[in-house]
Design a protein around this ligand. Structure first.
Ligand SMILES: [Zn+2]
Length: 334
């Protein structure tokens, strides 16, 4: 498998996990998050000197990422010369930090968890520890602080660390998209250009691109296949323009900078992949919510209502396999 290219050799991430309540002081050096772990399998050493509460919380944080849906494996190791996670006590305002070191023959990272700030701020100690650790491991897996979404995320500074302490569906979808290529898993990757947000990062294989409950229109979309032979083609129905031509190769369907909403979309496969998979997709539309699933070039969304598409999910299904859900009402025309 190919190695990722890294733009920077060393990055220091200061997570300021509790700093928002404490201080506006910030020494963080934010990373370029194209930097990421060189493989989706990572392991690190943790000293075995902590009490049960800490040990259990730190172990839970590690296994939290080991959902197959994430496509990653986060393991422990007894090798003390590689990556580590340890607990320290500092009166500095950060709750957790990561230092990554790519200068040696293999990628290494060090996660530090600050017990001083955690004891100071936790009302539920084990949840709080876990929330900080899951967040830091999220960085190692390539996630940035404060993603631009209203959905819940372990990467948000604003989360309540006493109650939100696991990787959320948003986080899992993002990690899955980041590592899809590594896992050589047949993947459809898609990203949406959203009102006020611009381009969101890629989501894949059923993840939700766009927003729900924020009344923001999708304006453009780009779709690609990975680890598959063949093409994906798509077209969108745009405010004032109607249906645009079918395009492929990750080009943008829709408009950028024109404040026009996507209203409907069609997606289809061509080439060898079309004999192996069906492509299913459904859209979240203003006033309708999630419509049913469309497939293989059918229209999804609305025409004639002047309603905006707000979110989309796209998934590959083995040829002739069951649809991912209801299919009766994928497209509504006024
Ligand atoms: Zn952080």
């Amino acid at each position: 498998m190919k190695r990722r290219r890294f733009k920077r050799l060393n990055i220091l991430l200061s997570c300021l996990s509790v700093v928002l309540i404490l201080s506006v002081f910030s020494f963080s050096v934010l990373a370029d998050y194209d930097d990421r772990s060189p493989t989706s399998g990572i392991s690190y050493y943790t000293p075995s000197v902590y009490n049960d509460t800490w040990t259990r919380a730190l172990n839970a944080a590690r296994s939290d990422w080991n959902n197959p849906y994430c496509g990653v494996l986060v393991a422990s190791t007894t090798d003390t010369t590689g990556s580590t996670l340890y607990v320290t006590s500092s009166t500095d305002s950060w709750g957790g930090r990561v230092i990554t070191d790519m200068s040696g023959p293999s990628y290494k990272f060090t996660i530090m968890i600050n017990s001083y700030q955690i004891y100071l701020n936790a009302t539920n100690l084990s949840n709080f520890i876990r929330s900080v650790a899951v967040h830091e491991i999220g960085h190692v897996l390539g996630l940035a602080d404060n993603p631009n979404t209203a959905r819940a995320s372990i990467m948000k500074y604003s989360r309540d660390r006493n109650t939100l302490y696991t990787a959320q569906s948003y986080d899992r979808e993002r990690v899955n998209a980041i590592y899809a290529d590594y896992n050589n898993y047949p993947t459809v990757l898609y990203k949406a250009h959203v009102q006020d947000y611009g381009w969101q990062p890629y989501f894949c294989n059923g993840g939700t691109a766009g927003t729900e409950g924020e009344s923001k229109r999708l304006e453009g979309i780009s779709i690609i296949l990975q680890n598959l032979d063949g093409n994906i083609e798509y077209r969108s129905h745009v405010q004032d323009y109607g249906w645009l031509p079918w395009i492929t190769g990750g080009a943008t369907s829709g408009t950028i900078g024109e404040s026009r909403r996507l209203e409907a979309i069609g997606i289809k496969l061509s080439g060898q992949v079309a004999s192996q998979y069906d492509i299913y997709y459904r859209v979240h539309v203003q006033n309708f919510g999630w419509l049913d699933w469309a497939m293989n070039g059918q229209s999804a969304g609305t025409v004639g209502y002047s309603y905006r598409m707000e979110a989309i999910q796209i998934v590959l299904v083995q040829k002739g396999g069951a649809a991912p859900g209801a299919t009766t009402r994928a497209f509504v025309q006024a």
